[in-house]
Ligand binder design. Structure first.
Ligand code: 1GP
Length: 255
């Protein structure tokens, strides 16, 4: 399924390490589901979450957003519409360049070179599918330019984020995404806390082609509306989905 970012306003972030709501009907109306998290995530709980969501919402795109290569397998790749790969502008080098070059180095290796690959799933795919695997896999990946703004979050800890950026710096990262890096997504990430509209207002001035996502602390219709009015193309809701499914429904704009 191709993802039409122009039609996406509400994204649900499903953390495979957390319990799913007993009734997944609450997802009705969300436009896209991202499956991924920072702590306690495995390939197996990721696959379980992807399949549970897909069973309830077969027409809604589901993407895996892996924090580690260990969370990706041939089964997860086959089960999702795409893999979203974060590139953290204000993180350490490993999380903007290192991981990605390692991944594409493996994808680009010839099948007879992949024995002992440091990214086992890639080696496995290439060995089984041969040259077509390179284009198959690469076509399912897209990059997300991230600015992680909540320093106390697991995401900041994992990506080596040491300072929160000013709205001017966030706007600079947005402009660089649009004009230089070319990621389809620019993501203002306040995971676990509400960051307000300032960064979104700053970033949105520079984004035409790029989709602007905001995530962090959205737990009401008012917050959802404030961020969308500030210029986000879509809001991402995570904790509220797991912790308070009824309130989560209120974050989904009416159709
Ligand atoms: C986390 O941006 C998402 O990656 C959503 O944040 O969990 O705070 O809703 P919350």
């Amino acid at each position: 399924m191709d993802i039409d970012w122009n039609s996406i306003t509400h994204v649900t972030k499903v953390d495979p390490a957390k319990e799913l709501p007993s009734d997944l009907e609450v997802l009705e109306g969300t436009d896209l589901v991202l499956v991924g998290g920072s702590d306690g995530v495995t390939e197996s709980n990721t696959l379980e979450a992807i399949r549970a969501v897909d069973a309830h919402l077969p027409s809604v795109p589901v993407c895996q957003e892996p924090d580690s290569d260990d969370h990706v397998s041939r089964e997860t790749i086959d089960a999702v519409d795409a893999l979203a790969i974060p590139a953290v502008y204000n993180g350490d080098r490993e999380h903007f360049v290192g991981k990605h070059v390692d991944l594409f180095t493996e994808i680009g290796r010839k099948p007879d070179e992949v024995v002992g690959s440091s990214v086992p799933v890639v080696g496995d795919l290439l060995a089984s599918k041969g040259a077509d695997a390179v284009s198959d896999l690469a076509s399912k990946l897209f990059g997300e330019g991230y600015v992680v703004q909540h320093l106390e979050s697991a995401a900041a800890d994992r990506a080596g984020v040491e300072s929160k950026w000013t709205p001017e710096q966030v706007a600079g990262a947005a402009l660089a995404t649009e004009t230089f890096y070319g990621f389809p997504i620019f993501y203002v990430e306040y995971s676990g806390t509400y960051g307000g509209p300032a960064d979104v207002e700053a970033a949105s001035r520079y984004l035409e082609e790029t989709t602007l996502l905001y995530g962090g602390g959205i737990d009401s219709a008012d917050r959802a509306a404030e961020i969308l009015e500030a210029g986000a193309d879509a809001i991402v809701v995570g904790d509220c989905f797991h912790d308070d499914p009824e309130t989560f429904r209120e974050t989904i704009p009416s159709q």
